[in-house]
Design a protein around this ligand. Structure first.
Ligand SMILES: Nc1ncnc2c1ncn2[C@@H]1O[C@H](COP(=O)(O)OP(=O)(O)OP(=O)(O)O)[C@@H](O)[C@H]1O
Length: 366
């Protein structure tokens, strides 16, 4: 089957390219994932190729449309960048709203149906960003907001594990249908990836694919879409911060100094692209002993709060390091739904309320 697909794609020469999709290596056997009748074709575009992506996508779909074996086809455009260009603050100072992006859409055009988007980011990996994003999304939902959660962590998507989702999303009319769990709509690269064939997402950066994930998923009507950003402050994060119309960002940090230094980089990145920082969340702030309930400041609690004050950024709250948060995450039932009456769930709800009042200030006035 892959051979047939490759043969058909070898007849397409993208506008501006010298060779066809297959001879140029833009689509290889590894870039085709087949799961029953579902086929995902990943096109790795060279950085410098200026081509109309919608047109190219249309050509691929048309060329493969005659194959009976394909029930659902998803074409994903990915862009490899051998060396990320260093951010240039003057160029990035103003967030472009009119300039076309790579795919010729306005860079931060609103996504129809989605009222607001917030990014949950961290300066480095492993600080509990995804756990925080999932619990915040569920807490926003518990406040009555229609909520979606997009796991943009292409390097290590964690949503399938955190929400115990093993299904694959349906693809209808060329749009991916998000998977609903605990009342929120969710989407993750992990839902589309083949476990034994992760190579489909190879490449140091897949920003174009992420753009498709936010725009070509059928989110329906949402009050808020929570974006679980990839960890760090590299080129992928920067491009996302520029291209997705963000209302604001929250930075998750652990109390350790190192994480705070990284968190500062996160703050700087969003400031450079004019995305308001809603505040810092200190995760794993104090260790609460599961046996005696006694708090211990093993990481030096308070670092994030003091740092936020110094940087003039709001401190949104502290989430303790607690076994229950870890266990519920591992079981795929985050603490906000597993134990809504717990103090941990209350801590997430308090932060969610704060975020909601920033997102919808007018509804807060009476
Ligand atoms: N407050 C907490 N208390 C206890 N465990 C936590 C807490 N927050 C996160 N964890 C645990 O820490 C680990 C890392 O969390 P998580 O995957 O959310 O981090 P991350 O920053 O998204 O990581 P990565 O950057 O690698 O994606 C997980 O096992 C999670 O269950």
């Amino acid at each position: 089957m892959k051979k047939i697909i490759l043969a058909r794609l070898s007849t397409i020469v993208p506008q501006g390219a010298r060779m066809d999709l297959v001879s140029s290596g833009m689509v290889t056997e590894n870039d085709i994932a087949i799961d029953g009748g579902r086929v995902v074709v990943s096109v790795n575009l060279p950085e410098r190729l200026e081509t109309d992506l919608d047109d190219l996508k249309g050509q691929i779909e048309e060329r493969l449309s005659g194959l009976d074996e394909i029930e659902n086809l998803l074409v994903v455009m990915t862009a490899e960048r051998p060396s990320p260009p260093p951010p240039e603050p003057p160029r990035l100072k103003k967030r472009p709203t009119e300039a076309p992006g790579r795919d010729m859409r306005p860079m931060s055009a609103a996504i129809p149906g989605i009222k607001t988007i917030i990014a949950v980011a961290s300066g480095k990996g492993g600080v509990g960003k995804s756990t925080t994003a999932v619990n915040l999304a569920l807490a926003l939902r518990s406040l009555g907001l229609k909520t979606g959660l997009l796991d943009a962590d292409i390097y290590g998507p964690s949503l399938p594990r955190l929400l115990n989702i093993t299904d694959r999303p349906e693809i209808r009319d060329d749009r991916v249908i998000p998977i609903e769990k605990y009342g929120i709509k969710t989407m993750s690269m992990g839902f589309l990836m083949e476990e034994d064939n992760p190579v489909i997402w190879r490449g140091p950066m897949i920003v174009t694919a992420l753009m498709q994930m936010s725009r070509e998923v059928d989110w329906g009507e949402l009050d808020v879409l929570v974006l679980d950003m990839p960890p760090g402050t590299g080129d992928a994060q920067l491009t996302m911060a520029q291209q997705v119309p963000l209302q604001g960002a929250v930075i998750v940090s652990t109390p350790q100094d190192l994480a705070l230094i990284d968190a500062r980089k996160g703050l700087k990145m969003f400031k450079n692209v004019d995305v308001p920082i809603f505040g810092i969340i200190e995760n794993m702030s104090v260790f609460i002993c599961p046996h005696c309930g006694k708090p211990s400041n093993i990481f030096g609690h308070g670092g994030a709060e003091a740092d936020a004050r110094k940087l003039g950024v709001p401190f949104l709250g502290a989430i303790p390091l607690h076994m229950e948060i870890r266990e519920t995450s591992d079981e795929g039932t985050p603490v906000v739904v597993a134990n809504p009456d717990s103090p941990h769930a209350a801590a997430y709800r308090k932060i969610a309320l704060n975020i909601a009042s920033r997102l919808f200030p007018e509804e807060d006035e009476d």
